[in-house]
Design a protein around this ligand. Sequence first.
Ligand code: ADE
Length: 235
Amino acid sequence: MRIDVVSIFPAFFDVLEVSLLGKARGNGILDVRIHDLRDATYDRHRTVDDTPYGGGAGMVMKADPWGQALDGIAADAAENPAIPDRPVFIFPSPAGARFTQATARELATAPHLVFGCGRYEGIDERVFDYAATLGDVRLISLGDYVLNGGEVAAMAMIEAIGRLIPGVVGNPESLVEESHEDGLLEYPSYTKPAVWRDREVPAILLSGNHGAIAAWRREQQVVRTRERRPDLLPE
Ligand code: ADE
């Protein structure tokens, strides 16, 4: 998968060099390219924002640097036979549709994602309309809270999507028994020793009875989900 990221803070993405995603980049499963939006400006101050039409607090990201940056990525994609001509553009935004495990699964099948990270009060609305001429456009929110910009949200999405790409996570079975994969929260896990600071591992897990263990784990999933996330359960 090819991932392009456009941001005024490229350093946020330095962590993509470590852990499983860093390894996936090293062995060619993931091709990640980070672009500084200011490289797509032409004035001495490398200006990316301006005051909002109609007044109001804060600054708005100017359309033209975004247009230039997206054109550059689209032109590069058009020349690269390994990726489709039309990428999926993802703009992290608290005003977007909610990101879920289903979104991650869907996006993990796309060959080319482009993350556009806005700052300030957001990006000039015309940029989304223009991006739609180059590819599919998705405005996606991480949750019902406000971050300072799209970078941290993009990082979270890249990790959630990237780990679903075959070969990124060493043991694919570990992807199956996770929170949200079957609509429930994950069951509790324990490892040795069997007693730690007077706390015992549930006896069933030491029983060797695989059927009983599977049933207990399922029950724990339901109990936890009811306690912590009742919204996930059917009425
Ligand atoms: N940018 C600012 N807040 C955000 C959020 N909650 N989700 C995605 N992008 C954002």
